[in-house]
Structure formats: structure tokens, C-alpha cells
Design a protein around this ligand. Structure first.
Ligand SMILES: Nc1nc2c(c(=O)[nH]1)N[C@H]1C(S)=C(S)[C@@H](COP(=O)(O)OP(=O)(O)OC[C@H]3O[C@@H](n4cnc5c(=O)[nH]c(N)nc54)[C@H](O)[C@@H]3O)O[C@H]1N2
Ligand SMILES: Nc1nc2c(c(=O)[nH]1)N[C@H]1C(S)=C(S)[C@@H](COP(=O)(O)OP(=O)(O)OC[C@H]3O[C@@H](n4cnc5c(=O)[nH]c(N)nc54)[C@H](O)[C@@H]3O)O[C@H]1N2
Ligand code: SF4
Ligand SMILES: [Mo]
Length: 682
């Protein structure tokens, strides 16, 4: 028998980065298990993680670079592909300037220093500010909102006394939280679910509130109203640590629970009850959907209202509340570049607050920017033709590109539209940094992502791709790392944890800092030094400085009356599927068996009204397009609402229904949770 060893590393089949142990035999990974000592997953893996090897050794992996010629792909060498890509990029840069390059990395690149960081670096080295990613459809909205409120970025912890799942279903989407919830519920933690679908966790909740999609802000405002009018807020915290509370007091007078009931479908008495429960619990947290609230018309203001609720109940920097995690400093892989990314002028707060800039452009403006402003597009680890809103608009726009390059492990819908498709290494085939500080519930933990096996086929890591491409563009000096290990050592340097230490002494990873609770001097890095209940940052860009409510643009109560006649049902897309990450993993047989096909879900009365029976094939239509899939008549779903899952290809692609023009007004995020549709039997 040859060499057999166990390697401690992380799973990156979604962004959670659970710890795992990979057994490697004769250079082949043969087993993946959960890593017992990892604080996120304590030895367990979700079904995706358990089946990781089927993904890595899939026969469908891209094996070598491909070039599209006359509508078909032919095999080319890496040298040929990169030479030609570099030539085209140089030509376009010479003729139109460097900003015509757009780059994109997807959710697998969020927090991934090597993928998103190097992608960011590459476009800056080239001279373009146009870095797009899932950041402008997902999660950054809450980071931004908490930054303008707290000057920092507090997050919920895994353990708390009161979980308020507000459009968040950890059973499907948040494995670490699912594990923690199980434990804490058994020990008496309380649970509230606010969701238009009675998710299974709601059956075990103290309260379940069936809310109309897109109206969460109204409920949150009514809760603030109750907490203030019944004077059950944390007076000491408010007095010492907040700015603008008096203005909030008069502002929320009109947002009574009765006002909210008409909008949200939540009974006024339930709103009062929840407000009292929340205000009466020290160590309570709102777990807002990771993207749910972001993808509604009132997204930024919803996040603001949640931040204010945490604040006035004194649930900031207490165990079980929202906690400011110590920041880990990494070597800056990104680079500064002149100019603003597309979308920064329309949505200035997304780009900058108090001089602190972010490198991201707003992805909803991409379709309208091609070909005048963007002529070449590089996708590294994403599938925008399926995942971004309005697939038809993206498809038509991508067809106008002079150059589309995709680096992926598989032939995705986006790859099929590309001029060049380049094979990517999986996470087991390259070095990296795995850390869990923000999306992962405030755990300051870091580990080395190890290269467990050699790259399969002709796949390359992001480091190799960018280094080789940069050389051909005369930008080699911007990618100075001789090896992937050098790059990772550079990233780690400011953290004080070295590559060798994490490889040899703490292969299972290490806490990089202690969390501290309580409010210390200078904690809130806002202009007032306090929690800004009243936000001048918002006021400055023309929006309500206090949390407010806006009806969804596509709404039965809104202005679009004739719209509502044609599309009478509320459409929510993209509730997560436990077995897949977005469009990925459909090729893993064990997972596909668990979820063989997509279903549109609707309540029994709604189904009856539109003549749809269980398992009928239906057509769901919006102003942007239609999809076809089977219906599941499900009494857990609020009547009047249709749920369509995302990530399925072809005629079941949910983003044929979404609309890149239907955007949240402050940060430009697409509405994917409260649109309007019709549904009929096919
Ligand atoms: N309608 C609707 N649409 C949605 C959503 C919704 O709720 N509703 N949710 C949105 C959200 S929140 C998000 S975050 C986005 C996600 O959008 P994307 O991130 O674009 O979606 P994925 O399908 O995960 O695409 C990731 C791609 O990266 C590839 N990949 C995996 N590992 C590697 C690697 O190491 N290197 C490289 N180069 N490639 C790799 C995978 O094969 C896959 O093709 O989808 C959005 N789309
Ligand atoms: N298995 C798996 N896990 C994933 C992913 C995946 O693709 N697969 N994707 C990852 C990514 S990138 C993200 S962003 C997260 C997404 O994570 P979340 O955004 O938290 O999404 P879900 O957990 O599916 O929960 C969404 C819930 O919100 C409800 N909902 C829909 N519209 C509304 C509304 O308007 N208001 C309220 N209150 N509720 C509403 C739905 O019924 C559903 O139960 O998941 C991550 N985890
Ligand atoms: S939740 Fe599942 S897919 Fe995501 S990192 Fe953990 S084991 Fe992997
Ligand atoms: Mo996301």
C-alpha cells in the first residue's frame, strides 16, 4: 500500500468553510469527514460536504482550455488561450481604455482572498475599476447598513437565548446555525420565525409570523413603535451610546401595529407580543436572511430597522446579541485604482462612506453598460447568466461582448456563452486561507486551506491564471508571488499566524483573537462616536435618515394597478435547497437523488384559484419572461405567494423572471423576493 495521510482543511462547497479531514491515498482524496475540533461544524458535514469528492472527481470537470469557434468549442493549450486573451485585452484597452474590462466572481469567492482578492487585483492592475460580484445582490447591504449605523460591523453569534429567524431558514442555508440551533433549543432557547412559508422550524417556534413578502420593514417599524411607546427599551444603553433617539421617538409614532397589520398580514397583537419578548430578552438576535432582506425594495431600510431594534433593546456586544468581532488583518491582495466602478454614481453609498471606499460595482447596471462601457468580461468562479437577475438581459448583453472568458470547474450556462473557457482547480487542489469572521456568526477562527492533491487534468488555480495572464499583459510585476504558498504567506503576514505555524502546529486552525463584550471607548467608529439611529450618511445621499418603509415596486397595493391585474400573485425566488449551492452540484448523483427537479410552490387556495393541481407542469410569468416547472401545492406557503427556486438551468431558470431594472433605491440591489407573477397550467 502507498502513502496514506489525513489533511485538515476546509470545505468550500459553500461559503461557510466548515472544517474537514480529507484522507489522501497515493495522491488521491478518498474520504472527507467533518473536523471534530472546528468551531463551526464540530465534526459534522452537510450532504454537499459529505459528497465533496463526487464533485471533485466528477467526469464532467473541465479538463483543458476551450476556445469557441463557429459556435463549437475546440481544445486549445493554456499558452494559446492566454496569448489570445491577452492580445484581445490589449487591443481593447488601446482602443477604448482599461475601464472596458469587467470582472466577476461569485459566492464561492466571497471572503475568498485568493479568488475574489486576485480578481480584484487583476482588474486594478489592468487599470479598470469594474469589479462586479455577488456583493451587489447579497449580504454587503447589511454590512454597509451596519457600518453606517455602528461604524463597525457587528454580527449575530451562533448561540443566543432568542433566535428571531427573519426570512432565514438555517435548515436549508446555514448549516453551522442549524447545528447550534438544535443544541440551544434543546437547552431552552426561544425561537421566532418570520416567513411567508411555514418552514419546518416554525413548528417548533414560540411564535410564527406569516408575513407578506417584501414588507418586513413595516413589521420592524411597528415593533420599534411598541418598544418605545411601552417604554421597554434599554434606557441606559440608549442614553449613553446612541445618536438621534428623540427623532426616532416622534418618527415612529405613526407606525402602529395596526398600521403594519394592513401591510404585512401580521396581526397587531402578534407584533406587540414579539416586541415585548424581544425587548425583555438580553441576549437576543435577529438573524436576517443572508440575502432575503437585501433582495427587497426596502432592503437597506429593513437592515437599518433591525440594527435599531438590536440597539434600543441593548442587544449590542452582549453574549447572544450582535457582537463586534475583532478584525483580522490580512495582507492586502487588492490594489487601488483610479476611477469609480459602474453603479457608484447612481448608488454612492454602495461605493463609499466617510471616505471608506469599497472595490465593488453594482451588478444590476451591467446589462445596460455593455457594449458602451464594458467590452470584455472575465468570470472567475461565478455563473452570472443563471445567478444574476434578468437572465435574458444578461444573455443579450453578454452576446454583445468582444470577449467573454470563464474560469470554472464545470461547463456552466455562462461558460457556454464564453469565447474561452478555462479549467479551474477545486479547493482541494490549491493553497488558501480559510477564515470565518463575518458571514459565519462572529467566530474569529482561521485555518490554512491545504493543497491536498495535485490539480486534476489541466486545471489551474486563480493564482496561476492571473500570474500568467498578467505576464502576457506586461503586468507581471503586479503579481510578484513566485508560488501559491508565497501568496498565502503574504496574506497571513499581518495576522501574526504564519504559514508554517498553521501547516505544522495548528493544522486544525486557530482562534486568531479573543472576542470581548461590553462597550469600550471608541468602539463605534461613526462621526458621532455613537450608534447612529439617525443616519446623516443616509441623509447626505438623499434618503431617510431614520428607518422607514417603502412598498415593493411590484406590489398589489402599489401604484402598478394594471400590472397587478396581469400578474396577480407575489413571486419570491431563490429559497435555498439544502442539497445544492446555487446552480452547482446538480451533477452529484447522491444529491440529485434527494432533489431531482425544481418545484414552484403555492398554497392550496391559490392553486385552486388558478386551476393548478399538485405536480402539474405550470408556467410562471412576469414582465421579463417565463419559466416552466412542476407545481407543488403546499399548505405551508402563504396564500397569494408563489415560490420559485433558483439555480436550475434552461426553462426552469428563476432569473428569467427577475428584472435588473427593479432595484432597491439606495444600493441598487435587485428585487428577487417580492415581484409579481401569473401562474397557469402548461
Ligand atoms: N432568483 C434568484 N437568484 C439568485 C438568488 C436568489 O435568491 N434568487 N441568490 C443570489 C445570491 S445571494 C448569490 S450569492 C448568487 C450566487 O451566484 P454565483 O456565485 O454566480 O452562483 P454559483 O452557481 O454558486 O456559481 C459559482 C461557480 O463557481 C464555480 N467554482 C466553484 N469553485 C471554484 C473555484 O475554486 N474556482 C473557480 N474558478 N470556480 C469555482 C462553480 O462551479 C460555479 O459554477 O446567486 C444569486 N441569484
Ligand atoms: N444549501 C445551500 N445553502 C446556501 C446557499 C445555497 O445555494 N444552498 N446559498 C448561500 C448564499 S450565497 C446565501 S446568500 C444564503 C441565503 O440565505 P437566506 O437568504 O437566509 O435564504 P434561506 O435560508 O433560503 O431563507 C429564506 C427564507 O426567507 C423566506 N422569505 C422569502 N421572502 C421573504 C420575505 O420577503 N420576508 C421574509 N421575512 N421571509 C421571506 C423564504 O420562505 C425562506 O424560508 O444561503 C447560503 N447557503
Ligand atoms: S455547509 Fe456544507 S457545503 Fe457549506 S462548507 Fe459546510 S459542509 Fe461544506
Ligand atoms: Mo448569497
Amino acid at each position: 500500500m502507498g502513502e496514506r495521510r489525513d489533511v485538515y482543511t476546509d470545505c468550500t462547497l459553500c461559503y461557510h468553510s466548515c472544517g474537514c479531514k480529507v484522507t489522501v491515498e497515493d495522491g488521491r482524496a478518498v474520504k472527507v469527514e467533518g473536523l471534530e475540533s472546528h468551531p463551526l461544524n464540530s465534526g459534522k458535514l452537510c450532504p454537499k460536504g459529505e459528497n465533496a469528492l463526487e464533485n471533485i472527481y466528477s467526469p464532467d470537470r473541465l479538463k483543458y482550455p476551450l476556445k469557441r469557434e463557429n459556435g463549437t468549442f475546440k481544445r486549445v493549450s493554456w499558452d494559446q488561450a492566454l496569448d489570445e486573451i491577452a492580445r484581445k485585452l490589449s487591443e481593447l484597452k488601446g482602443a477604448f481604455g482599461p475601464q472596458i474590462l469587467g470582472v466577476f466572481s461569485g459566492s464561492i469567492g466571497v471572503e475568498n482572498l485568493e479568488m475574489a482578492g486576485l480578481t480584484q487585483r487583476f482588474k486594478a492592475a489592468f487599470g479598470s475599476p469594474n469589479f462586479f460580484s455577488v456583493e451587489s445582490v447579497c449580504y454587503r447591504m447589511r454590512i454597509r447598513t451596519r457600518q453606517i449605523t455602528f461604524g463597525k460591523y457587528p454580527t449575530e453569534e451562533l448561540d443566543t437565548k432568542l433566535y428571531i429567524l427573519w426570512g432565514h431558514n438555517p435548515d436549508a442555508s446555514d448549516f453551522p446555525l442549524k447545528l447550534a440551533l438544535e443544541e440551544n433549543l434543546a437547552e431552552g432557547a426561544r425561537l421566532v420565525v418570520i416567513d411567508p412559508k411555514r418552514i419546518p422550524l416554525a413548528d417548533r417556534a414560540d411564535m410564527y409570523l406569516k408575513i407578506r413578502p417584501g414588507t418586513d420593514g413595516a413589521l420592524a417599524l411597528a415593533m420599534i413603535n411598541v418598544i418605545i411607546s411601552e417604554e421597554i427599551y434599554d434606557k441606559e444603553f440608549v442614553e449613553k451610546h446612541t445618536f438621534g433617539f428623540e427623532k426616532l421617538v416622534s418618527h415612529v409614532q405613526r407606525y402602529t401595529p395596526e398600521w403594519a397589520e394592513e401591510i404585512t398580514w401580521v396581526a397587531a397583537e402578534d407584533t406587540r407580543k414579539l416586541a415585548r419578548l424581544f425587548a425583555g430578552t438580553k441576549g437576543a438576535s435577529i438573524y436576517q436572511g443572508t440575502c432575503t432582506q437585501d433582495q427587497t425594495a426596502n432592503g437597506t431600510q429593513n437592515s437599518r430597522a433591525f440594527a435599531v431594534l438590536q440597539t434600543i433593546t441593548g442587544n449590542i456586544n452582549v453574549p447572544g446579541g450582535w457582537v463586534i468581532s475583532p478584525r483580522l488583518r490580512f495582507g492586502n491582495v487588492g490594489l487601488d485604482v483610479e476611477g469609480k466602478p459602474l453603479g457608484a454614481d447612481q448608488y454612492p453609498l454602495f461605493f463609499e462612506v466617510w471616505g471608506r471606499k469599497s472595490p465593488y460595482g453594482v451588478v444590476t447596471v451591467v446589462p445596460e453598460s455593455i457594449p458602451d462601457k464594458i467590452k470584455a468580461f472575465l468570470v472567475v468562479g461565478g455563473n452570472p447568466l443563471l445567478s444574476m437577475p434578468d437572465s435574458n438581459a444578461f444573455k443579450e448583453a453578454f452576446a454583445r461582448l468582444d470577449l467573454l472568458v470563464v474560469h470554472d470547474m464545470f461547463m456552466t450556462e455562462t461558460a457556454r456563452a464564453a469565447h474561452y473557457v478555462l479549467p479551474a482547480c477545486s479547493h482541494l487542489e490549491k493553497w488558501g486561507v480559510a477564515y470565518t469572521y463575518n458571514v459565519c456568526h462572529c467566530i474569529p477562527y482561521l485555518m490554512l486551506r491545504k493543497k491536498c492533491i495535485q490539480p486534476l487534468h489541466e486545471s489551474w488555480s486563480e493564482w496561476k491564471l492571473y500570474t500568467e495572464l498578467a505576464k502576457r499583459l506586461g503586468l507581471g510585476d503586479k503579481f510578484p508571488w513566485e508560488t501559491e504558498e508565497d501568496l498565502v504567506a503574504f496574506e497571513l503576514e499581518p495576522s501574526g499566524l504564519t504559514f508554517d505555524y498553521l501547516l505544522n502546529e495548528r493544522p486544525q486552525g486557530d482562534f486568531y483573537q479573543q472576542k470581548t463584550y461590553g462597550i469600550s471607548e471608541g468602539l463605534f467608529r461613526t462621526p458621532s462616536g455613537k450608534v447612529e439611529i439617525y443616519s446623516e450618511a443616509l441623509e447626505k445621499v438623499g434618503f431617510d435618515p431614520l428607518p422607514s418603509y417603502r412598498e415593493p415596486e411590484r406590489s398589489p397595493l402599489g401604484e402598478a394597478k394594471e400590472f397587478a391585474e396581469k400578474y396577480p400573485y407575489i413571486l419570491s425566488t431563490g429559497s435555498r435547497n439544502y442539497y445544492f449551492t446555487h446552480a452547482q452540484h446538480r451533477n452529484i448523483e447522491a444529491l440529485r437523488k434527494m432533489s431531482p427537479e425544481p418545484f414552484a410552490e403555492l398554497g392550496p387556495e391559490t392553486a385552486k384559484k388558478c386551476g393548478v393541481g399538485n405536480a402539474d407542469v405550470v408556467i410562471i410569468e412576469t414582465n421579463r419572461g417565463q419559466v416552466k416547472m412542476k407545481a407543488r401545492v403546499e399548505e405551508r406557503v402563504a396564500e397569494g405567494v408563489v415560490f420559485v427556486p433558483h439555480g436550475w438551468e434552461g426553462e426552469a431558470n428563476a432569473n428569467l423572471l427577475t428584472d435588473a431594472q427593479c432595484r432597491e433605491c439606495i444600493l441598487g440591489y435587485p428585487d428577487m423576493k417580492s415581484l409579481m407573477c401569473s401562474i397557469r397550467k402548461a
